[in-house]
Design a protein around this ligand. Structure first.
Ligand SMILES: [Zn+2]
Length: 270
């Protein structure tokens, strides 16, 4: 099991602008640093995946700029230790009640990449970290679906999905990881400390939550739950292929405030 260690950062680096991916949904402007062709491909595939799953924004939110994601592989602290960091660096705050990513960074330790690639975990790590850049775990608090330290995610769409998908009909929250320290606690679905062993909480196909992509430790083979997808709906995205109830549109479009404020995030630790 590999711990996901990541912290948002605010450094500005020089990147080669490789591709703007229109996909079918949100646009991601991927700016990749110096890395191999196969590594570049992993980033492009991840951007393509999330860009297709997130088909737009909810309510009357109109954002025409692509989400800029700067990604680089560089020396951080040698083998093991910090694997990388990822998170939003610029956000749109209070857009129809939502806080959304405008720009973010993904950074990985060059010393740890070889073992990830040899274990076929690189793609999963990129997918995981890019989800953080898009707000999963990192913008939960800003979107009022998680109170730090509570261990209880209360966003309506993901919670409703959790009740069905993981057979938790009486659940009033989705359990959030409280272990793992800074960068892991508070930004992932809960599993056993250190990622070891099955939790016994399984989806309709028998997949244990321990293997879900957005828990705090990477277990292979991983899968992406509908609960994770619907968490993106809770933080302002429109998600495919799960349709959002019309009530959600009405509720949030009633909140007025169409002006979009883009502000720089302070250094924080998800
Ligand atoms: Zn993570």
């Amino acid at each position: 099991m590999i711990p996901f260690m990541h912290q948002a950062r605010a450094c500005i680096l020089l990147f080669l602008s490789l591709a703007t991916l229109p996909a079918h949904g949100i646009m991601i402007d991927l700016r990749l640093g110096d890395m191999s062709g196969s590594q570049q491909n992993s980033f492009v595939q991840a951007a393509d995946y999330w860009g297709n799953v997130l088909i737009g924004y909810r309510s009357n939110i109109v954002i025409t700029d692509p989400i800029i994601i700067n990604a680089d592989i560089e020396y951080i602290d040698g083998v093991n230790g910090v694997l990388g960091s990822a998170g939003p660096t610029w956000i749109y705050s209070d857009v129809n009640g939502f806080t959304l990513t405008a720009e973010g960074d993904m950074r990985f330790d060059s010393s740890d990449i070889a073992s990830l690639e040899s274990n076929n975990m690189f793609d999963d790590v990129i997918l995981h970290e890019m989800a953080h850049v898009l707000g999963l775990g990192t913008l939960w608090q800003a979107n009022n679906v998680y109170v730090p330290g509570s261990g209880q995610y209360t966003g309506a769409y993901a919670l409703a999905q959790w009740q069905i998908e993981f057979n938790q009909p009486g659940a009033t929250f989705v359990p959030v990881e409280l272990d793992g320290g800074q960068g892991t606690a508070g930004g992932h679905w809960n599993e056993n400390l250190g990622g070891g062993g099955a939790t016994g909480i399984v989806d309709l196909n028998g997949n244990d939550i321990a293997f879900e992509l957005m828990t705090g430790w990477l277990n292979s083979p991983s899968y992406i739950s509908d609960t994770t997808l619907m968490s993106f709906a809770d933080i302002g995205y429109q998600v495919a292929p799960i349709p959002l109830p019309a009530a959600g549109y009405l509720l949030f479009s009633a909140l007025a405030g169409l002006s979009i404020f883009k502000k720089r995030l302070p250094h924080h630790s998800e």
